[in-house]
Design a protein around this ligand. Structure first.
Ligand SMILES: [Zn+2]
Length: 418
């Protein structure tokens, strides 16, 4: 298949290439070249071809699937992957949950005929004893290994790595407390992941956790850190230098801190409506939902606002310093649907001052790279999985062109035109 008459924004950060033709064969891009005019083709209508979007941090077992009966869960989460695809998101990265459910979804998707986003998952995550997100909830015990011994964790991680796409650790809590992974355990889990060729992503709280996660060999940092001194940008400068030097990806999940920090604040919903994330009809529905105005476990609202505000002030300089920022939303408690949370995250990255080509890279290649899929996906390059969006207008001129369905002409999913 040849797609002709398009400008290619390939996701690598290079300049847009106009009047190109893109060759797709067996589900992959095989050539991107100036128009030859030879052979039958699909007319790209002078539009912009960009890689399909990636949700870089979510949990399919989230706010929008919690109330679903257990025997319908796999089907429902699979349908959620179709909803992601309908929003232009062709790949979804699940940062931890039940391994059995993740494997069942993958199995179900292998025979399902309706198109859906590709799922990548961590399965069971690693945390301390009664650590976040298990705490005292025995029902949540299945989603995590609660580690008290580095050697045992190393064995568990070696066994898990064969079944999952990457490994996730939660490194959160007071140093030395049993609910926090020890540094030695974190290092042992990272080593096990790397022995198996898998990336290891680490959830952090404070900037010190970032430093220790990098020292342990983490490939990616999840969540904007809580700064010690909000009055100075120096901490961000130092963390940026560390992330660049160690080639560690940074996924700030701004929309999580925004939702927790501003939950119950009516002006927040108005702002979301103004930004096109909600419709007027969504507002009363969200304001009457179970999560509205309720504190989020473990993460105080005020602290979440500090994390958001500091990240909004410093992500621009971190990007300038060369940090590879990946887009992921995590929770979607106040969003009308889970996929929209990623679109809000992309908006927030732009509001934080990232240039639009960097926002596009955050929502495509940097997510693929942080989980070790960068060589095969996340860009429009020969050999990459043929997931792409045809947009009617330039996504580097206005973010709306990327995230609004009104500008999406069609979606290419694994080489299939939808
Ligand atoms: Zn998460």
């Amino acid at each position: 298949m040849i797609i002709r008459n398009v400008t290619v924004v390939d996701g690598t950060g290079g300049a847009p290439l106009s009047d190109m033709e893109v060759v797709v064969s067996e589900g992959r891009f095989t050539a991107i070249r100036p128009t030859t005019g030879e052979g039958p083709s699909i007319d790209g209508l002078g539009g912009y071809l960009v890689p399909g979007l990636w949700e870089g941090h979510t949990h399919l077992a989230g706010a929008h699937t919690r109330a679903v009966p257990e025997n319908e869960r796999v089907q429902r989460m699979s349908r959620l992957l179709s909803d992601y695809l309908a929003a232009g998101i062709t790949s979804v990265v699940d940062l931890g949950g039940s391994l059995d459910v993740a494997l069942e979804i993958r199995g179900y998707r292998q025979t399902a005929s309706d198109p859906a986003a590709t799922l990548f998952f961590a399965g069971r995550l690693f945390t301390g004893v009664k650590g976040w997100p298990v705490l005292d909830d025995t029902e949540r015990a299945a989603i995590a290994f609660q580690v008290d011994d580095p050697g045992h964790a190393h064995q568990q991680a070696l066994a898990l790595a064969d079944q999952v796409d990457f490994i996730k650790c939660v490194y959160d809590g007071e140093p030395g407390a049993p609910d926090k992974l020890s540094f030695d355990a974190l290092r042992a889990i990272v080593a096990a992941g790397h022995e198996k060729g898998k990336k290891v992503l680490v959830h952090v709280h404070r900037s010190r956790d970032v430093e220790e996660a990098v020292a342990a060999g983490a490939d990616g940092i999840e969540h904007a850190f809580l700064p010690q001194d909000t009055g100075s940008t120096q901490e961000a400068v130092d963390i940026a230098a560390l992330l660049v030097e160690s080639n560690t990806y940074y996924c700030p999940t701004l929309v999580t801190w925004e939702q927790i920090g501003r939950n119950g604040d009516a002006s927040y919903l108005d702002e979301l409506a103004k930004d096109g994330i909600l419709t007027a009809a969504d507002i009363p529905r969200i304001a009457n939902s179970a999560w509205y105005g309720r504190p989020f476990p473990r993460h105080p609202a005020q602290e979440s606002r500090i994390r958001l505000d500091y990240a909004m002030r410093t992500l621009g300089l971190m990007h300038e310093a060369g940090v590879k920022i990946a887009a992921g939303s995590d929770i979607a408690i106040l969003m009308p649907s889970a996929p929209i949370a990623l679109l809000r995250e992309l908006q927030l990255l732009a509001k934080a001052g990232l240039p639009l080509p960097a926002v596009l890279a955050a929502g495509t290649r940097y997510v693929a790279e942080k989980i070790g899929q960068g060589a095969h996906a996340g860009t429009i390059r020969p050999g990459a999985v043929a997931d792409a969006l045809l947009l009617s207008a330039d996504p580097c001129a206005d973010l709306t062109h990327l995230i609004s369905p009104a500008h999406r002409v069609w979606t290419l999913r694994g080489g299939r035109l939808l």
